[in-house]
Design a protein. Structure first.
Length: 236
């Protein structure tokens, strides 16, 4: 027999209710922050790469180009790729947003942020990073980057999020990932159109062109409608 929502809530412990409340507060703070900004370009990538790494240099250049064209740069707010992209935007005087998270190691706010918020929970941070974006950019990274990428691709595949530009920057790194996707297609584990959700490139100006094409939509009060607005601009 199916139980009503009220019956299920009554069975939750005080600890569970407190945890749910903490989740809601964390997500609420994130959404409040990103809704105060125009949709920008969300950049993902490793926190472990040094600033002289070739991919960090590419992220730094991308951040500057986006800022020059009036686009906010949104990252996880930490070091590595995130710092490089924020640094590039910050130096131009652009909007440089960091959605940071409390971790046991390697994650601290970089010094190139004009807006910064720190999350406790990954899911709340991921929702906010996604909602802040009109274009997604993934540089090389580890488990965290792959988690974020696979979730974005899955949401678009299942139409839980409208199709938006997704760029994987660094063809040498992403070649093996592309081979895995082709293997999925060969086994019919994904649809024929699914590999088209993302584009692998070494040219960061492609990201800027995509952002320019979309323009500067505001984030809607409704999460899904906010994505639809950006998606409609992309189709023009």
């Amino acid at each position: 027999m199916l139980k009503t929502e009220e019956e299920l809530l009554k069975k939750l412990s005080i600890e569970d209710l407190e945890r749910a409340s903490a989740y809601a507060r964390d997500l609420g703070r994130g959404l409040q922050t990103v809704r105060s900004l125009p949709q920008g370009v969300t950049v993902f990538g490793s926190a472990r790469l040094t600033q002289d790494n070739e991919y960090c240099q590419m992220a730094y250049r991308l951040g500057g180009l986006l800022a020059e064209n009036g686009h906010a740069v949104v990252t996880g707010g930490g070091p590595g790729i995130m710092e490089a992209a924020n640094h590039g935007a910050y130096e131009i005087g652009g909007r440089s947003v960091g959605l940071n998270i409390t971790l046991s190691h390697e994650q601290f706010p970089n010094p190139y942020l004009t807006t910064c918020i720190t999350f406790e929970y990954f899911f709340a941070r991921k929702v906010s990073l996604a909602m802040a974006a009109k274009v997604f950019v993934f540089f090389p990274g580890g488990f965290g980057t792959m988690d974020e990428l696979s979730e974005i691709l899955c949401l678009m595949q299942e139409n839980k999020m409208p199709q938006m530009p997704v760029f994987l920057v660094g063809s040498k790194f992403w070649k093996n990932f592309d081979n895995v996707i082709k293997g999925m297609l060969k086994l019919e584990l994904i649809g024929e159109k699914d590999p088209g959700i993302f584009k692998i490139t070494d040219d960061v100006t492609e990201v800027v062109k995509a952002a320019n094409k979309i323009g500067h939509p505001k984030i809607s009060e409704n999460f899904y409608d906010g994505f639809k607005e950006a998606s409609a601009f992309a189709e023009k």
